[in-house]
Design a protein around this ligand. Structure first.
Ligand code: HEM
Length: 213
């Protein structure tokens, strides 16, 4: 099997997750193995993620999850995403170029940093609050979004100082491709690392939400 990137073909299914789509576009499909191989997650983090999603989607008996399952709103999929519209406003798995541009414009010194994600989250939250009649963003959604930001900064940031080169981020979100300049984290990424950043983001996001309501 070749792991060259290939744009999805007519009829291929994709999800609202840029990381899973990037793995699918590169031809990796075994989730547990791919999370370790592609993103250098350690076995505990990969087990945690895979077990969590098999539970959330009730797929233990089926033994597999499709990218389409991940589009179900109210499970892992939530409102106020960085680069996807809310389910009530359109197709939640399609990447929106103007939203990618908004995210990339939040870069500081050419890098997407925690502050960039905080500012983009704020804009996305306000937009959903104004335009989405079904807008929901409670404690669970804060945890989910904070988890995504944490995975992004630690893994796509490749264990650097929780920052991602803006070009690498643009390619990841817009093309769902792992940029040539991107290097896999040189040591494995652990569950405690992800939880720590998740906790820091949850605090920041809860403070923002309080201010905006
Ligand atoms: C079992 C593994 C994973 C599952 C089941 C999963 C699932 C999802 C789902 C359903 C969403 C959509 C949430 C929304 O509505 O915005 C999402 C978004 C996201 N995921 Fe994943 N994901 C996984 C692994 C990863 C990894 C390893 C990374 C980073 C390397 C990652 C980064 C992201 C980011 C940054 C978003 C936010 C997209 C946006 O806000 O537009 N995910 N993921």
């Amino acid at each position: 099997m070749s792991y060259e990137w290939q744009a999805p073909k007519e009829g291929d299914v994709r999800s609202p997750c840029p990381a899973l789509n990037a793995m699918a576009n590169h031809g990796y499909l075994q989730l547990f193995e791919a999370l370790q191989k592609v993103f250098n997650e350690d076995a505990i983090l990969a087990t945690f993620q895979v077990a969590n999603c098999f539970t959330i989607y009730g797929k233990w008996f089926a033994g597999k999850i499709s990218l389409e399952d991940l589009c179900q709103h109210g499970k892992l999929e939530h409102d106020a995403s960085l680069c996807h519209v809310d389910t009530a406003l359109g197709e939640n798995w399609i990447v929106k170029k103007d939203l990618v541009d908004q995210l990339i414009a939040s870069a500081i010194d050419g890098k997407i940093k925690p502050e960039s994600l905080k500012n983009t989250f704020r804009a996305r939250y306000l937009n959903s609050k104004e335009n989405d009649p079904d807008f929901t963003f409670g404690t669970f959604q804060v945890q989910l979004a904070a988890g995504e930001y944490s995975l992004f900064l630690n893994i796509i940031g490749a264990n650097t100082n929780k920052e991602v080169d803006a070009k690498v981020a643009e390619i990841f979100f817009h093309e769902e491709r792992l940029a040539d300049e991107w290097t896999r984290p040189n040591s494995s990424v652990s569950l405690p690392t992800i939880i720590k950043t998740n906790y820091e983001f949850s605090k920041i996001m809860n403070a923002e939400i309080k201010e905006l309501n």
